[in-house]
Each structure stands twice: as C-alpha cells, then as structure tokens.
Design a protein around this ligand. Structure first.
Ligand code: AMP
Length: 219
C-alpha cells in the first residue's frame, strides 16, 4: 500500500501515520522528523534547515525531494509506505509521481485529514516533545507519567519552536498557500479521500481504515 497523508500542520498526520505503518507493515516517512533528528545531531543538513523550521517556512523542494527519494528506494519501502508531511508543494507531488512511475508504481491513495484551525491552535498549545528522543506528548490526551519528563528516556519535555503560536499561524498560512492545492491535484487523479481528523486518535484511525476499505485497499 502506498499512501500519502495530507492535512494542516497539527492535524494529527504523524500519529495516524505511525498507526498505519505499524498495523500494515508500511515504512513511515516523515521529512519533518528527519529534519528534526538532523538538527539534534548537528549535521550539515541540520544546520541548513534549523532556521527554516523555527520560522515555520518550507525547506527547498530539491533538498526535500532528494531526501524522500533515498527513503523510497530503500529496501524497507518494498512493502509500501505512508508519507507524512510530503508532498507539501505541487513540485514535490510531481516529483513523487516521477519517482514512482520510474519504478512502474503509483500512489494508491491520498488521505486528507480535516481539522478545524482553532482545534489545531489548541493542539499546538498542548503539545510537548522530548528534547532527548523527540517523542511527542499531548498534555491533555497523552500526558507523560511524570510531569515534564519523557516516559521512554527521561529527557526534558519542551515546546517545539514551531508549535509557538506565531509560528503555527505562519505554518497554517504556508499550508494554505502551498499545500492545500494538493487536494485538487489528487482529487483530479481520483485518489483523494477526505477524513474528519477531529476526536480521539483511535476514532480517526477507524475512519481512515474505512476510507481504505472503500477504495478496496483493505479486506
Ligand atoms: P512537520 O513535522 O511535518 O510539521 O514538519 C516540520 C517542518 O519541517 C515544516 O514546518 C517544514 O519547515 C519542514 N518540512 C517538513 N516536510 C517538508 C516538506 N515536504 N517540504 C518542505 N519542508 C518540509
């Protein structure tokens, strides 16, 4: 199964992508996670993108496409993949089509998670991540066992720079301008399913599985 998850920043793409990857044995590819881990490791790429992420802007298409191309041609992607946060521009979507068609493949479905902007702002206010391993928490829905500490590694929980209110608003603006046109792009290809992204994590996951069933991607 080859899937793309679309949705505004904070719509829950990452959480749902992880569930899909583990239930169906798919490779989870999230450029945002890759960029953040490069920043933590202080690599050249990390240094290049740090300011861009902090400002809520997009990393340039070439850098992002190269990163994804490498992941998708890896052995782990053979059983299928779920892309979370890619593509984010029409140029990236076209590049993805070229990468796949070069291998005689195509996308099965783009799932668009629909979440109200106020709910997104609220989620960002409640979100914390571990400064050590990057594990995400929601202070209301999935709080850590010990306040301020990561359950897995004991690291300190912090607010992601790009979850600060001004940055979230900037990211929503960037989403509307560059990423929202992808809804029409995939609708035109007949491979778009919109799913309500509000409510409990498992509820949203069930809706996504219904969308996959509707498209005969699940038994
Ligand atoms: P995310 O974790 O998906 O919200 O991504 C965090 C940040 O990483 C974004 O705000 C961008 O700065 C950068 N980023 C992630 N995916 C892409 C992409 N496909 N194209 C350009 N920049 C991206």
């Amino acid at each position: 199964m080859r899937l793309v998850l679309l949705g505004a920043p904070g719509s829950g793409k990452g959480t749902q992508a992880k569930l899909l990857a583990s239930e169906f044995g798919l490779l989870h590819v999230a450029p945002g996670d890759i960029f953040r881990s490069e920043i933590r490791a202080g690599t050249e790429l990390g240094k290049l993108v740090e300011g861009i992420l902090a400002r809520g802007e997009l990393v340039d298409d070439n850098t992002t496409i190269r990163l994804i191309d490498t992941r998708l041609t890896s052995e782990e992607a053979r059983k299928g993949f779920v892309l979370d946060g890619f593509p984010r521009t029409i140029a990236q979507a076209e590049a993805l089509d070229r990468i796949l068609s070069g291998r005689g493949e195509s996308l099965d479905l783009a799932v668009a998670l629909e979440v109200d902007e106020e709910a997104i702002l609220m989620r960002a206010r409640l979100r914390r991540v571990c400064a050590g391993c990057g594990k995400p928490y929601n202070l209301a829905m999935q709080p850590p066992k010990v306040a301020g500490k990561c359950d897995d590694c004991g690291g300190e929980l912090v607010t992601r720079k790009d979850d600060e209110e001004a940055t979230v608003r900037e990211r929503l603006e960037v989403y509307r301008k560059f990423t929202e046109p992808l809804l029409a792009y995939y609708a035109e290809k007949g491979i778009l399913e919109a799913v309500c992204g509000e409510g409990e994590v498992q509820e949203v996951f069930l809706r996504i599985k219904e969308a996959l069933k509707k498209r005969n991607l699940l038994q």
